[in-house]
Design a protein around this ligand. Structure first.
Ligand code: CAA
Length: 383
């Protein structure tokens, strides 16, 4: 039985910052951001939106009434939770009117959470083939104004419906995973922003990739020629390219060019959005599906990396007529119709926070699933 991604969609807020403007404001050569990091724009989120807003918006675009009756689990992978106890999944479950006899919970392991959720969804559907699982990978990457990580911020959510006989991609059950207790990026309780050793994190990312890649070759008896494309977690788009190039010595030049061309198709959306932590790999997957011309039956390799660190390499196979299940035009429009912010507007929006004094406050953000009120520390969302 094939199990996999039946539907996929993503959501980003309506605002972005141009990386040339950020570079100029920080007295940096814009080429460092555009070429050195591979980022052109960065998604910015107002205080009246959070991962619930992002996740609900992403999922609402793909779910039918029939899907909502068949979903048994809502799993949100995130490291941007607003609550140590209650999960975003429970709120999204209500906002989307999913049938009540469902499990709803969050999973966390930095940018790996979405992949853990996706694999769990696979296992559930394997045991309950008639049922469906909604997986949401949602995050808000914030390092602070004027910080080293500032040009690698971003936010957004990717929603995936996991079912049997999927219309887009099927799992090949070939995962290879790797854990290493390391402090490259972490956010202790009470910290608004992560603590990060940026250059060390780059190195651990590349080392993790080469380790799971070597293990994958051994365990699954494969090499690069078995994959139509390799996709990567994308904290910034140069990062995955560095990892991909780390395995170039084992390939012919033509093979390098083939994979680099697919890589460029997979980073188109992330160049315009920035990092959405656990959603980044899957935004890259959506970009690849929308922007390339891969054939049914071809295999895509996915490298998931979550600092701290857990990584996984696995593959999925494209289904017949998968293009018919994509929402390409809507995805292009979502990115094209956003509003550019000035530096002053960005810094103001970045610094605004919802009140935490337990009082009652109303807000006028009319966008889908935005927060319209906070009272006694409960967030109320537009429906
Ligand atoms: N023109 C073209 N390129 C330029 C340039 C210019 N004028 N100036 C610099 N560059 C290039 C540099 O050569 C460098 O390229 P390489 O990496 O290929 O050598 C690149 O731009 C970045 O330059 P620096 O290393 O000097 O940049 P930095 O010191 O400001 O740090 C960073 C970059 C470490 C990524 C920092 O932004 C950061 O800490 N980001 C957050 C951490 C992060 O994203 N880590 C990624 C791995 S961890 C992970 O994946 C999990 C996650 O999501 C966080």
């Amino acid at each position: 039985m094939n199990i996999g991604i039946d539907k996929i969609s993503f959501h980003v807020p309506n605002y972005y910052l141009d990386m040339t403007d950020l570079a100029n404001a920080r007295e940096t050569d814009p080429n460092k951001f555009h070429i050195g990091l591979g980022q052109d724009q960065m998604a910015i989120i107002p205080a009246t939106q959070d991962i619930v807003t992002l996740g609900a918006c992403a999922a609402a675009k793909i779910l039918t009434t029939e899907d909502k009756q068949a979903i048994d689990m809502v799993i949100v992978g995130t490291e941007s939770s607003t609550d140590f106890s209650k999960s975003a999944a429970v709120i999204i479950h209500r906002l989307l009117d999913i049938q009540p006899f469902a499990r709803s919970f969050e999973v966390k392991q930095a940018c790996y959470g979405g992949t853990a959720a996706l694999q769990q969804a696979h296992d559930y559907v394997a045991l309950h083939p008639e049922r469906k699982v909604l997986v949401i990978a949602a995050d808000i990457a914030k390092y602070g104004l004027n910080s080293g990580g500032e040009p690698t911020q971003g936010c957004g959510a990717v929603a995936m419906l996991v079912t049997k006989d999927p219309h887009i991609l099927a799992f090949n059950n070939d995962s290879v995973f790797y854990s290493e207790d390391v402090y490259d990026f972490w956010r202790p309780a009470g910290h608004d922003y992560p603590l990060v050793d940026g250059h060390m994190s780059n190195q651990i990312y590349i080392d993790s990739f080469t380790r799971v890649w070597e293990q994958n070759k051994k365990v699954n008896q494969t090499d690069s020629t078995d994959y139509a494309a390799l996709t990567f977690h994308l904290p910034y788009t140069k990062m995955g390219r560095k990892a991909l190039r780390a395995i170039y010595p084992e390939m012919s030049e033509a093979e390098q060019q083939r994979l680099e061309a697919r890589y460029d198709e997979a980073i188109s959306y992330s160049r315009q959005v920035g990092n959405l932590y656990t959603g980044s790999l899957y935004l890259g997957l959506a970009s690849l599906l929308d922007n390339s011309d891969l054939a049914a039956g071809e295999k895509i390799g996915l490298f998931s990396y979550g600092s701290g660190a857990v990584s996984e390499f696995f593959s999925m196979t494209l289904m017949e007529d998968y293009k018919k299940s994509l929402t390409v035009e809507a995805n292009y429009a979502l990115l094209a119709d956003r509003q550019a912010l000035s530096i002053a507007e960005y810094e103001k929006m970045f610094s605004e926070k919802l009140p935490t004094d337990g009082g009652t406050y109303s807000f006028s953000d009319s966008s889908d699933f935005a927060i319209n009120k906070i009272s006694e520390d409960i967030r109320y969302y537009n429906k």
